[in-house]
Design a protein around this ligand. Structure first.
Ligand SMILES: [Zn+2]
Length: 362
């Protein structure tokens, strides 16, 4: 085979190799085999030196032309394969718009938050403003200024969470000093009631006062179906000229009607609270038996829902309001208790556990 024939064979093989490459990887193999350092074309070029002088120029020119054509064919094939592969990958990786979307769960207000807002709205509607106090307060505001003296049982370590003074004196007598200190007015407690907000408000605001104080309170109770160590209280306070027990009754009857419905009856029973005199507990007629008596209401036909009373004149003494000029009433209710009565929740602990299967029912 002459050199010229050999050149023709190599170029023909290279052209068919490029045309036959089915994908970029195969084309790359062809590139190495033809244009690579040890490829067929490079080998031919190296053999040029062996040609007779008179043929070298002519063969060289035709080889250059053929090589340019080959390179052009290679580039064209590479572009075509790349385009085809892109199309293919778009086709297989495409999003199927007919598939169902991924859903995500929307949260909602907790039953207690919702009921708190609902009760607040009832009182806003009759002119009350909302005041929020702090969950940590001193014993003075939580007890003393509410006419609850230092020896009252609710002030014992068994009933109240005391926030111990971490910055206090350390030493051999620290425990003894702490016991003594716990009887002081500056002891810091987790509030056991929202009533302390009343005192804070009356200290900085003169009557007329119409406020509602919702918030969390804490008591040293072990959680069981009817007790929680943490619950939500809503306290109301009215101080104005000429406020009577009739105003208290009318206000709370209106509230019960709004929350429980017009068909439920209310009754007031005498009771004792340190900061109100006279005091009463309010019952609402049982929604299950309609007042006839059933297991839910213990056969009485009534369910206790809140405590209330006329503000004790002694309380005014702590805040410098003249009881000869002003009078008022206060009431406090537990939102968890109202929730249980309204929705027949059998166990208070369900309200703290965050079980979505329970919470989604409301
Ligand atoms: Zn009943």
């Amino acid at each position: 085979m002459s050199q010229i024939e050999r050149i023709a064979v190599v170029f023909a093989a290279a052209r068919s190799g490029i045309a036959a490459a089915a994908n970029s990887a195969e084309l790359e193999q062809v590139r190495v085999a033809v244009f690579g350092k040890k490829g067929s074309l490079s080998t031919l070029l190296r053999q040029m030196g062996a040609l007779p002088k008179e043929q070298r120029a002519e063969i060289g020119r035709s080889m250059n032309t053929a090589r340019d054509e080959l390179e052009a064919a290679f580039e064209a094939r590479a572009a075509a394969l790349k385009h085809a592969e892109l199309e293919a990958s778009l086709a297989t990786g495409a999003v199927d718009v007919t598939l169902p979307g991924r859903s995500f769960t929307l949260g909602s207000q907790h039953l207690i938050s919702r009921l708190t807002a609902e009760i607040v709205e009832v009182f806003r509607g009759i002119g009350y403003s909302v005041v929020e106090g702090t969950e940590i307060d001193t014993a003075y505001y939580n007890f003393t200024a509410l006419n609850t003296p230092a020896d009252h049982p609710s002030r014992s370590l068994q009933d109240t969470f005391f926030v111990h003074d971490r910055f206090g004196e350390a030493g051999a007598n620290a425990a003894v000093e702490k016991t003594v200190a716990l009887k002081g007015e500056s002891d810091v407690v987790l509030r056991t009631q929202t009533s302390g907000v009343q005192v804070h408000v009356m200290e900085r605001q003169r009557p007329p006062i119409y406020i509602l104080a919702p918030g969390r309170v804490y008591r040293r109770d072990v959680a069981d179906p009817t007790h929680l160590p943490q619950f939500t209280q809503i306290e109301g306070l009215v101080v104005d000229k000429g406020i009577t027990f009739g105003d208290l009754k009318g206000t709370l009857e209106y509230f019960c009607e709004q929350v429980f419905g017009a068909d439920r009856k209310t009754r007031f029973r005498p009771h004792f609270f340190p900061f109100t005199e006279p005091s009463a507990e309010v019952d609402v007629s049982c929604g299950i038996c309609g007042g006839a008596g059933c297991r839910s209401c213990g056969g009485t036909g009534w369910l206790e829902i809140l405590g209330c009373g006329m503000v004790d004149p002694n309380v005014y003494g702590f805040v410098g309001i003249d009881p000869e000029v002003y009078s008022g009433f206060a009431f406090g209710l537990g939102v968890e208790r109202i929730a249980c009565l309204k929705y027949n929740v059998p166990d208070l602990r369900l309200l703290l556990e965050g079980d979505m299967r329970f919470l989604r029912q409301f």
